[in-house]
Design a protein around this ligand. Structure first.
Ligand code: 5RP
Length: 234
């Protein structure tokens, strides 16, 4: 299927196509956000065309649009408050299956949907696997617009450098009409502590640390598929 050396896109596609094997008829599926999940959605579209019956709950407006394009029936989290399986991407994954998410700006909805899922399955290529979170990717924090600069200064007291996310000089606005502050903490030694500290600051909506929410990670690597489950890592 993949001739020659595997590129990052091939590894993403490989992980995505392995993940959809976990999907069965009748399931409500949380649909994550990002370029890896796009392969999941595309494959799901093909499976639906050949008779699979599922419903999807999108984690972002971008995913909603892609899922509609591929003919995936969609429902709202408020109609289906229990999700069987969510498949999502990540920006970094550590050896305890903790994550940094939010590169695509959808961290708040992604975390809500992960929390309400019976199983959270993450699909990544091997470049996302790290020993410690925060080394290669700043932590996205969603904050309300009001007082964002004061919130930024308070976040920086936790020993990070925070930057207001902009795309082509335009301030980035989330699907929830908020801002994102990308916070460079360097190595994050205690993600479970930092996650709570950040969320206790008024003005913060949510941060991209996913701690203890993930059941399985499927990694597309140059050696093929690697599956990480929490129980084999502790
Ligand atoms: C979006 C996310 C994405 O899952 C994360 O950024 C990974 O994206 P990609 O698969 O494009 O690398 O957290 O908010």
């Amino acid at each position: 299927m993949f001739g020659g050396p595997l590129e990052q896109e091939d590894m993403k596609k490989m992980a995505a196509e392995k993940a959809v094997e976990r999907i069965a008829d009748g399931m409500t599926i949380g649909l994550g956000t990002g370029s890896t999940v796009k392969y999941v959605i595309k494959k799901l579209g093909e499976m639906i065309n050949t008779g699979l019956k599922i419903e999807g709950v999108p984690t972002s407006l971008k995913t909603k649009k892609i899922a509609k394009k591929y003919g995936i029936p969609l429902v709202d989290l408020d109609e289906h408050t229990e999700i069987d399986l969510t498949i999502d991407g990540a920006d970094e994954v550590d050896s305890y299956l903790n994550l940094i998410k939010g590169g695509g700006g959808a961290l708040t909805r992604e975390k809500i949907i992960a929390y309400h899922s019976k199983k959270e399955l993450i699909v990544v290529d091997e470049t996302k696997i790290v020993k410690k979170l925060g080394v290669g990717f700043p932590l996205p924090v969603e904050v309300i617009k009001y007082g964002w600069n004061a919130t930024k200064k308070t976040l920086e007291q936790l020993d990070c450098t925070a930057e207001l996310r902009k795309i082509m000089d335009e301030v980035y606005i989330t699907d929830n009409s908020n801002y994102i502050l990308d916070c460079d903490f360097g190595k994050i030694n205690e993600p479970e502590v930092l996650e709570k500290e950040i969320n206790s600051i008024p003005g913060v909506i949510e941060n991209g640390l996913f701690v203890g929410l993930v059941d399985e990670v499927i990694v597309g690597s140059k050696q093929g598929i690697i599956t990480l489950e929490e129980r084999c890592l502790q």
